[in-house]
Structure formats: C-alpha cells, structure tokens
Ligand binder design. Structure first.
Ligand code: GRF
Length: 226
C-alpha cells in the first residue's frame, strides 16, 4: 500500500518535532550544500516565480568558504556554516543541524552538492523529507565523479536524478530523472555542463511536486499522483 509523504495522516511521521502545514502558506525548504551552489540558486530563482509553492528558509553549509553560502547571504537568505569539526560525533553535528532546521520551521531538506553521507539523526528528524540531486541516471554511477564515470563507461545517455535520501549512497527512491545524450568527444566537463542544465530544472520540479502533495512512496518506487 502506498504511503502519502506529506500530511498528518502519514504513518511515517515520527520525527522529533512537528512539521506544521498551514493552508495557503508556502512550504519551507532548507538547502544543504558544500560548494558553488548552482542548484541552490536554481531553487531560489524558482521560488521567486509567481505562484511558487515553496520558499527557501535556510541554507546550511559544512564548508565555511562554500561559494553557495556567500551567494545565499547575497540573496538575503539566512545562512549558517556548521563545522563538522566542532563536534565530537556525527550525531552531535547533525543534532545541531536539526536544531537549526527546527527553529527555521523547515519542512523539506534539499541536498544540493552536500558532500556528506546523511546519518540517522537527520534522517529520523526528516523521514522521507530529504531530497538529493545526483548528476547521473541512478542507479548507474553513484558516488563521486558521476559525469566522469559516465564518459569513461561509454554510455550513450546520462542525466540527473532527484531522489529521496535513505541511509545509503545515492540509493533512495527516485522522484525524477532527466536524460542527456552523451556526444562523441564529450569530457567530464562538457557532459557535466549539459547535465547541470537539467539538474536546474529537475530539482525545483521535484520540490513543487512535493509541496503539491503529489509524491507517494510505494515500496522503493515514488508514484507521482496526477
Ligand atoms: C551537482 O552536480 C549535483 O548533482 C551534485 O553536486 C553538484 C553540485 O553543484 N550532487 P552545485 O553546487 O549545485 O553547483
């Protein structure tokens, strides 16, 4: 039987704090990033469209000098650097992130180039409420350098995947994928640039579907309710 991901009726809702939904209000997302933040920027720009159903409440980076953090501040978005090195355990580090997300009333967490494996502390606080974007058609080429892996493997098509995050590396239920043809002579960089264009479309689309309550998990499949 399917499980609706959103709303008070969800039997999966066992987070440590309540995710309150008020009709007519925009969904609040947080973006976690470690680098340049182009996907964050795509989400931000999508959130500014008339009729957008979400807004970016918060940006958090594990890297103090992440360009995405600076970009967020330039856009006037509340942005935090949380250094993993300041905490003894990953649980403590993630507990601090959960605390910030709770204070900011975040309902959905978007990993946009966040270069850390998510642990149980964050997963349990946001069950089925963490999305990641990956620059390949999962389950092909998980992990680092997905674009390079695709070129080296000689595939004809690659692309990007937005998926819910589980305890594994790029293994969670797939929400959306967008396909890109691999051209003769493509390098990691040229293919990566074309994939990135598709990432910038796919991630906002997935977030919109989430807040439109159109995503339902059935086993490891995500069904898009029409
Ligand atoms: C993107 O390619 C994304 O798919 C991967 O990390 C990269 C982040 O890029 N997870 P950016 O920081 O969003 O520009």
């Amino acid at each position: 039987m399917g499980v609706f991901l959103w709303g008070f009726e969800s039997p999966l809702r066992h987070s440590s704090f309540q995710h309150t939904i008020i009709m007519g209000q925009k969904g609040k997302i947080a973006v976690l990033l470690s680098g340049r933040g182009s996907n964050f920027e795509a989400l931000y720009r999508a959130s500014l469209h008339a009729g957008a159903n979400f807004e970016i409440s918060t940006v958090i980076s594990d890297k103090k000098k992440a360009p995405g953090l600076e970009k967020a501040r330039a856009f006037g978005i509340t942005a935090f650097h949380v250094s993993p090195g300041s905490f003894i355990t990953r649980e403590d580090y993630e507990a601090r992130i959960v605390q910030l997300l709770s204070q900011r009333e975040v309902q959905l967490v978007c990993l946009a180039g966040y270069m850390r494996i998510v642990g149980q502390t964050l997963l349990q606080a946001f069950p089925n409420r963490i999305m990641n974007i990956h620059p390949a058609l999962l389950p092909a080429f998980p992990g680092l350098h997905a674009q390079r892996q695709a070129v080296e493997h000689g595939v004809r098509f690659s692309g990007c995947t937005v998926h819910f995050v589980d305890g594994g590396m790029d293994t969670g239920p797939i929400i959306l994928q967008r396909c890109v043809q691999v051209e003769a002579g493509d390098t990691e960089e040229t293919l990566g640039a074309r994939i990135l264009e598709q990432e910038h479309r796919a991630f906002p689309e997935a977030v919109c579907l989430f807040f439109d309550k159109k995503l339902k998990i059935s086993g490891r499949r995500v069904i898009i309710v029409q």
